[in-house]
Design a protein around this ligand. Structure first.
Ligand SMILES: Cc1cc2nc3c(=O)[nH]c(=O)nc-3n(C[C@H](O)[C@H](O)[C@H](O)COP(=O)(O)O)c2cc1C
Length: 345
């Protein structure tokens, strides 16, 4: 078998043992029902992929105001908890593990999802473009969050984490990446606040650390996904790297299950002196999940070099539900194409 180092079990502590080092990256599929309740089709989709070391679910709304995409599932009411329980049971029956990725989209939303109100953001700075799959909905100017709004969001993360436990998830991934709410606080182009949530690395990361604190009280295993490179719905600012230096060094003192790279292609970035994963590895001393354009081969090499402990795979897993088996038996993979997004295979 090639790439053998991908197929050794990993002990992530507190009884969480993964069968291999491959992780299913979170993948939004917009196929919950009209009430944002996961479906039986989703249970079959995740169940088919349970031979991967750990599934990280598609991004999941912590509250109604977190929503920015049609039919993205939630985890804030009993019907959603029950439906997710069906999914976690399916994955467990098939020998796998599953975390839920908890999400607030912030300014990457539209008043359409907010009962006509403006979406929430650190500052009233909008983005260009339109809601995916809903071309008629152009993004507009968001509302700068009040301290009460921020407290509410932290509470909503805690409630969703408690629901994750009820639903049988093995842990939670906090979505701090890809230009969504927490990431909006971590970058200067989207966070121009002058209160205790803006202006300095400590202030800009206050929401992230408050959310980690609140979520940790509810569930044992907590991972965090971060995007130190502003690459999606975000503009780069030279000062951002100082924020992430601070965040990563402070994460060392918390008992997290992992830190996970959020980027589409994990290639060299000059101002980070390496790939995003290498940059994270330099400052963060716990378990690191690499992601962004990896193959089994490049993933195995990355682990061998010591740049990461685990490798998350996204698009190839959409195209190949049997990805693990295919890699193990050296079969050719089906190429991912965007038209595969219309169906959950
Ligand atoms: C259709 C699609 C949906 C995605 N949804 C999410 C998501 O819900 N949460 C997230 O953090 N990243 C999401 N991503 C990013 C992936 O997790 C991953 O970072 C990206 O696809 C790069 O990895 P890959 O090259 O292995 O596909 C999505 C990517 C795609 C293509």
């Amino acid at each position: 078998m090639r790439h053998e180092n991908l197929f050794t079990p990993v002990d992530l502590g507190a009884g969480l043992i993964l069968n291999n080092r491959l992780i299913m990256a979170p993948l939004t599929r917009c196929m919950a029902d009209e009430n944002l309740v996961p479906t039986e089709t989703m249970a079959a989709y995740y169940g088919r992929r349970a031979d991967i070391g750990l599934i990280i679910s598609e991004a999941t709304n912590i509250s109604p105001s977190a929503q920015g995409y049609p039919k993205s599932p939630g985890l804030y009411n009993d019907a959603q908890v029950k439906a997710w329980k069906n999914i976690t049971q399916r994955v467990h029956q098939n020998g796998g593990k599953i975390f839920v990725q908890l999400w607030h989209t912030g300014r990457v939303s539209h008043s359409f999802f907010q009962n006509g109100e403006k979406p929430l953001a650190p500052s009233a700075i909008g983005i260009e473009g339109h809601v995916p799959r809903m071309r008629e909905l152009e993004y507009g100017e968001p509302k700068a969050m009040t301290e009460a709004d921020i407290t509410q969001v932290i509470n909503d993360f805690a409630i969703a984490a408690a629901n994750a436990k009820k639903a049988g998830f093995d842990g939670v991934e906090i979505h701090g990446a890809n230009g969504y709410l927490i990431d909006q606080f971590l970058h200067f182009s989207s966070n121009q606040r002058t209160d205790e949530f803006g202006g300095t690395a400590k202030n800009m990361s206050r929401l992230l650390f408050s959310v980690i604190d609140a979520v940790k009280k509810e569930i044992e295993h907590v991972g965090v996904r971060l995007s130190p490179a502003a690459y999606f719905n975000m503009e780069h600012d030279v000062r951002d790297v100082g924020v992430f230096d601070y965040v990563l060094s402070k994460l060392n003192s918390l008992e997290l299950t992992y830190v996970h790279t959020g980027i589409f292609e994990d290639s060299h970035i000059d101002y980070l002196n390496g790939s995003v994963t290498q940059y994270i590895r330099q400052s963060y001393h716990g378990t690191v999940i690499a992601n962004g354009g990896y193959t089994a081969k490049s993933g195995a090499q990355t682990i061998l070099k010591g740049d990461a402990d685990l490798i998350a795979i996204g698009r190839p897993l959409i195209a190949n539900p049997d990805y693990v088996e295919k890699v193990k038996t050296e079969q050719v993979l089906t190429e991912y194409t965007e038209d595969m997004l219309t169906e959950l295979i």
